[in-house]
Design a binder for this molecule. Structure first.
Ligand SMILES: C[S@@+](CC[C@H](N)C(=O)[O-])C[C@H]1O[C@@H](n2cnc3c(N)ncnc32)[C@H](O)[C@@H]1O
Length: 377
């Protein structure tokens, strides 16, 4: 199902990928130099102390032309990335839609269930998340797969290949964490919330081949693509268009409920409802495991850089998520406080050769993902 590039598209995508790598490494590093040599000393002179947190660092850095130029180039790179992938997907769209339709008409392994009446929450429709044109939910024509195909190739470029050949590393990291910390856990039914095109859904299906695996998302075009992609990759998964805040699955019907980078793209109002839904769906002893961006750790400057995504890359909830008390959130949803767990997940591809980070300049090289989880009592 992947929308491969032709010669010129490959050249443009290659350019954008390399530009991104350059901005995220050489140019990004300059922010620290500016901060240490100019911005912090000036702040110190004015306030008699260093900036106390990442928010103060941001306010001090924002007027600086270097930071502004870096952010501007990074934003432009992101727009170019979607442009370069979008033209390639648009060119192949009729073929991709026909393939998806064929898989939907004659599914061999999994299933696809769409709900035309599903309301898209405003926290998803109000902005194009991470500048992706039309975001995840746009459904432009009958049988559309544009959003899914765009995300597939776009994510690969965005991560500079750092998520592995099938963009699977976030989910695979969650699986590795579970296998390490819960080696005897053998889930029979797994649900992936906010599955988009199934990158992580398939990682869970492959890690737990005995399990029946489900994925839900809001976006019909993403899900059509997800289903066709899973079928074409030979992995069984059942996709449905649902709001993770309240699904139509029966209570206590899952052993494992997961998500991969859903939480930071969900509003602070929706998040408690999603966690409550996880609790409702889990049987006693079942595990909830969310893989997402790490929370705050490091010095004020390290913490400030990833916050760029919040405004610069249309990630409105990213910064707030970093301050969340997950233990409290999970407890409020009915999980026992002592069942809470969190930690970093291993990442196979990102650290392998070139330890560049791919979000808005995270200072925490080698710790790109964290898990936040709890066990249903
Ligand atoms: C960053 S993407 C997830 C990527 C995917 N899990 C992966 O591993 O590649 C976030 C997804 O969450 C979905 N989403 C956001 N809020 C949701 C909700 N309330 N219910 C279902 N899906 C939601 C979006 O439509 C989007 O596809």
């Amino acid at each position: 199902m992947l929308a491969g590039p032709d010669h010129d598209e490959a050249a443009r995508q290659g350019f954008v990928g390399n530009l991104r790598r350059y901005v995220m490494s050489d140019i990004s590093e300059g922010n620290r130099t500016i901060y240490e040599r100019r911005v912090r000393p000036q702040f110190q002179r004015e306030h008699g102390r260093a900036p106390k947190d990442r928010h103060e660092v941001r306010r001090a850095m924002e007027p600086h032309p270097y930071y502004q130029a870096w952010g501007s180039i990074l934003r432009t790179t992101q727009e170019l990335m979607w442009d370069s992938v979008g033209e390639s997907v648009a060119r192949q769209l009729p073929t991709l839609m026909a393939r998806a339709k064929a898989f939907a008409d004659r599914p061999r392994l999994g299933s696809l269930r769409l709900d035309r009446a599903l309301a898209i929450p405003r926290y998803q429709s109000a902005v194009d998340i991470h500048v992706m044109p039309g975001s995840y939910h746009s459904d432009l024509a009958q049988g559309d797969v544009f959003a899914g195909a765009l995300y597939d190739r776009g994510l690969y470029l965005y991560a500079m290949g750092g998520l592995g050949p099938c963009n699977e590393d976030i989910g695979a990291g969650g699986c590795a964490y579970l296998k390490k910390h819960f080696p005897d856990f053998a889930p029979k039914r797994i649900l992936d919330l906010g599955c988009t095109i199934g990158n992580s859904t398939l990682a869970y299906a492959q890690a737990y081949p005995e399990a029946e695996v489900f994925g839900v998302d809001l976006g019909a075009a993403s899900l059509r693509y997800a289903h066709a992609r899973a079928e074409s990759l030979g992995v069984a998964a059942h996709f449905s268009q649902q709001n993770a805040e309240r699904t139509d699955f029966e209570e206590c019907s899952f052993d494992l409920v997961v998500s991969a980078v859903l939480l930071h793209e969900t509003s602070m109002a929706a998040l408690p409802r999603i966690i409550q839904e996880c609790r409702r769906l889990l049987r006693a002893g079942g595990i909830m495991c969310h893989t997402d961006v790490p929370q705050v750790e490091g010095d004020a400057f390290d913490l400030f850089i990833p916050d760029w995504d919040t405004e610069g890359n249309n990630e409105p909830f990213m910064s707030k998520m970093r301050d969340l008390d997950f233990r409290q959130l999970f407890e409020a949803a009915g999980f026992r406080r002592r069942s809470f767990f969190s930690g970093y997940v291993p990442n196979e591809h990102l650290n392998a050769k070139r330890p560049v980070t791919f979000r808005g300049g995270s200072g925490k090289k080698g710790k790109p993902w964290a898990v936040y989880g709890a066990i249903a009592g």
